[in-house]
Design a protein around this ligand. Sequence first.
Ligand code: CAA
Length: 392
Amino acid sequence: MVGIDKINFYTPNTYIKLEELANYRGVDPDKFTIGIGQSKMSVPPISQDTVSMAANAAYPLLTKNDLNNIDLIVVGTETGVDESKSVASFIHQLLDIHPFAKSVDLKQACYGATAGLMMAVDFVRLHPDKKALVIGSDISRYGLNSSGEVTQGAGAIAMIISSSPSILEIEEVSVSMTKSIFDFWRPNYSKTAIVDGKFSNEAYISFFSELWHEYKNRTARSFEDFSAFCFHLPYTKMGKKALMPLLDAEAPNNKDLLLEHYQLSTTYSRDIGNIYTGSLYLSLMSLLESTLSSLKENQRIGFFSYGSGAVAEIFSGKLVPGFKDALLTKQHDTLLNDRISLSIDSYTDMFNDELAIDSEGNHLFKQDKTDNGVFFFKGVENHQRLYGKNKE
Ligand code: CAA
């Protein structure tokens, strides 16, 4: 049995209330909170980037045993910090993982962390005495006053994959699908994503529908074989838009259960926003850590991973006995409740704050006083990114 042994997320300490943003933009707040289904949006200071957020997500999970037995570090990201050097190689050093591990990034929009999870599961199946660290870390940026603005966010998830998982066994059956399309993308020269909003929604919905039919044909499973379904959530209404039409033919009990669990899986995303690669796994934590969840050991959870461009996968996992004891529910509650609400001006300043590297390749700055991350980005010296670690 191979699967998720530990799981955590990190999001920066600052956010904006979407009701305030709606009022400022002259939009009916219900559009953001009901129509889109988002309440708050994490806003990263310049001192939290893809690397530091990834390190902050993984750090609390790691024991000495993990540091000595993680032979693979794989990071899914679409907002990496270098065209050549991997985020995973920074993580290897910051977390002090033993030297004989391999470290690599995978990219396919929001699907990257799922590709990493599948790679890690295969790796541990072949090497059951070893572990793998899988991370998804991203900052979602569409631009101030753009239609995608309300679906921005920032954060990272980290998972340890082992052959004695405490949370979720990943099952072997899965079905993937690829179609090269331009629904959402970010050319190398652009700091913000380009999106065909309506088409991206349609693509997401049709990928889920086509993939589900293929999955059903190949596995002979139906929705009755699942106690819950977790989705990649660019915003919390998206998964429901894809799921609802397929539930029409379901028995009312089963339909109600899946919709109830869907709702519980959206709580964290509603208050953080789109974290791209980590979003699906944030949904899993939101579901499992909810006090309202009735999920029990051995029950099956389905997953829909979607990365624009586009690649998707449906896979499944079974809850391991005692899974609740392995969750970091309390820590997540504290992380989300202790955050600082930004004014519109501070949000705008943070969004526009960027590296201003001099001709020698330097720009160093102090950690923002609102930033409480253990790991933080210090700036660039001689074109090399530097990271700091606070004492806990
Ligand atoms: N009260 C309640 N609801 C309201 C409302 C009001 N006053 N005003 C509008 N609404 C509803 C609309 O009816 C609509 O509901 P439905 O979707 O159920 O029809 C919803 O609010 C959104 O309204 P619009 O479609 O008019 O919104 P928009 O055109 O401004 O933009 C968006 C929405 C396309 C999602 C845009 O935010 C966007 O481009 N986001 C980024 C792209 C994205 O997230 N795509 C999702 C799939 S791609 C993916 O999954 C990969 C990824 O991570 C990016």
